[in-house]
Write a protein that binds this ligand. Structure first.
Ligand code: ATP
Length: 313
């Protein structure tokens, strides 16, 4: 899972508007022969600390895997306190990977949300753009982590539902607004999961600002959690239906939920004046309200082993 932040309107790659997230742990020096490695994104991120964070979550074994693996030792060893994952190749050799967060198979959905997504949601509410992406092979728990509705068991609510709860709690319904689009990318084609007839949405890039827009994608106003859950249900049903029609599986397409926030903010102006006798006085004058726009993007990526087969990159 990865999360990323940048301020609306800021250049990609610019550190200027970075939110000061908790500093990344520094990589230890590789010890000879230990096979110490770091994920690629962590290496890239050294240039701009805190911008991209990568967490790994281990899914608990299901009943079938418990049976099949009964006689074998576990080849994955998590070291959450060191934020490392050790992958055993054989009895004498292993590779070690370092992450920003390592979540064991007993980590709750609440903990995963708080560690991975909540800092991104808080930044989005502060006016930054943020993305949370789940990456992994089919069946590793991407949809469970992001999209679980938790209707029977509220403790299983995933990142999408928990994010919207926090967003709706923080915004003022009188002055602010939340709209949502839900799309699927398959074979370079964008399909609208909220309106299946809309199955070839163009991607338009403003040559001046570099802003990307998706004209024609359905945008739904969200007023309460119930309407958001209904929207997720519709999106999921359309995803299954679209994939059945195309004779594919959900794991071959990327699903992308975008939450657009418009927030009314009043910034005050500090007017400093100096009197004739040299006394300095400050007058805090509220300026007229501004509308601050930001967005949260939650991406359920195609199963990582399918990418070449599906042509989705
Ligand atoms: N942390 C977890 N705890 C309990 N069950 C889990 C967990 N993660 C995943 N599962 C279960 O494992 C199965 C596969 O998970 P899921 O469908 O989320 O995988 P996926 O990575 O999204 O797969 P695909 O790429 O095929 O869409 C589901 O039955 C899900 O309920």
């Amino acid at each position: 899972m990865a999360s990323n932040l940048h301020r609306n309107g800021a250049q990609r790659g610019s550190a200027k508007f970075d939110r000061p997230l908790k500093p990344r742990p520094r990589a230890s020096s590789p010890s000879p022969g230990s096979g110490f490695r770091r994920p690629n994104s962590a290496v890239r991120n050294d240039a701009v600390p805190g911008r991209v964070r990568v967490a790994v979550r281990l899914r608990p074994r299901n009943a079938e895997e418990e049976m099949a693996d009964a006689d074998f030792g576990d080849c994955v060893e998590l070291q959450p306190e060191l934020k490392r994952l050790k992958l055993r190749r054989n009895n004498w050799d292993s590779d070690t990977f370092e992450f920003d967060e390592v979540l064991t198979q007993s980590a709750s959905q609440k903990r995963v949300y708080e560690v991975v997504a909540k800092p991104v949601v808080e930044s989005v509410l502060d006016g930054y753009n943020g993305t949370v992406m789940a990456y992994g092979q089919t069946g590793t728990g991407k949809t469970f982590t992001l999209g679980q509705l938790g209707e029977g068991d509220t403790s299983s609510r995933g990142i999408m539902v928990r994010s919207m709860e926090d967003i709706l709690t923080d915004l003022s319904p009188d002055t602010d607004s939340v709209t949502v689009s839900y799309l699927q990318l398959y074979m370079e084609t964008l399909q609208d999961l909220l309106n299946p007839a809309n199955d070839n949405i163009p991607i338009v890039e403003d040559p001046r600002t570099g802003d990307v827009s998706l004209p024609g994608a359905t945008l739904v106003d969200i007023r309460d959690q119930q309407s958001f859950l209904e929207l997720l249900r519709i999106g999921e049903a359309n995803r299954v239906a679209a994939n059945t029609k195309m004779n594919t599986e959900s794991s071959r397409s990327h699903a992308m939920l975008t939450v657009h926030i418009k927030r009314s903010v009043v910034e005050s102006e500090d007017i400093v004046s100096t009197s004739q006798n040299g006394d300095v006085s400050h007058l805090i004058k509220p300026s007229k309200p501004l509308v601050r726009k930001s967005k949260l993007v939650v991406v359920d990526l195609a199963g990582s082993e399918r990418v070449h087969k599906s042509g989705v990159h």
